[in-house]
Design a protein around this ligand. Sequence first.
Ligand code: TXA
Ligand code: MG
Length: 323
Amino acid sequence: MKLTAEQEEQIEKAASLIKDGQVVGLPTETVYGLAGDISNPASLELIFKTKKRPFFDPLIVHVHSTEQLKELALTVPEIAEKLMKIFWPGPLTFILPKHPKLNNLITSGLETVGVRMPNHPIALELLKRLDHPVAAPSANMFGKTSPTQASHVQKEFGDDVFVIDGGECQVGVESTVIGFKKNKIVIYRPGAVTKEKLEEALKLLEETTYKVIEDESPVAPGHLKHHYMPEIPLVIVDDFEFVGLDKPALMKKLRISEWRPAELRLSDEPEIAARELYSQLRELSSSRANFIFVCYNPKHVSGLWSAIWNRIEKAATINLCQK
Ligand code: TXA
Ligand code: MG
């Protein structure tokens, strides 16, 4: 993708703001990030302050080359290097042993750091113009729905935060987060680089001793039960007709006095469903509805659906689904 003159200008402005210690809204292929200079403690603090994010939730660092890993990670396991060659730039975050000089604010005092190379021409170009990588969590208030359009970020933080408009995020859900434990590759957060894709890559690499496992037990306190929550409550149900549902009880739980539901309809295509998910949650939240419901679909089991339902389950106030 060739950048337009306007985008070039926006990148230049963002680069100078970041060098000045400010934070900026950054488009990536997954969701928009709130980016700040990792070498400037004031910028790192500003990220947490702007998002109202607790300091116990570590940040992901974004790089434009594997060369930049030298200032971030103490070592990079061979298997990680091989997977980076396949999946970077792309929606895969690696948890690596942290470099001793890396600011503890980034890692929340953990001995590890999360790193990824985003697959977005604007993000990569911006990173190339900076002297250091940026830390960038998703550009939303802590615990709320992530942004997939520049306007989402602007609405969230107002005019105080400059946002580069890179269009709609193509993936739509946050990166897959993986770590390494002996011969296990552990998925801590599912994303567009699915378990199946990782397994395929291992086969291709003839790395047959490695196993891919999913483990959401919190290695980082950031992996909380509730996250990505829309402005109005989201409820997961078994079917759209609310058959057999005790409406008054549900209304009480949701703390609503009127029955004004809106339905979250997911595309049958997982790539589209992921891309649209957060926009839909935002749109439905600003409709006249006072709660959103989504119907569990037993066919949505593997691949990208794992990431989509992981987000929906965490975004939900109540899960009434029996399955
Ligand atoms: O796609 C993405 O990853 C987006 C875009 C902007 O790149 N970023 C993103 O950042 O989703 P954030 O901060 O919203 O989510 C980062 C997740 C958190 O759940 C955090 O706990 C986890 O990564 N994380 C970061 N560093 C970690 C570490 N050292 N060990 C375990 N988990 C870590
Ligand atoms: Mg987030």
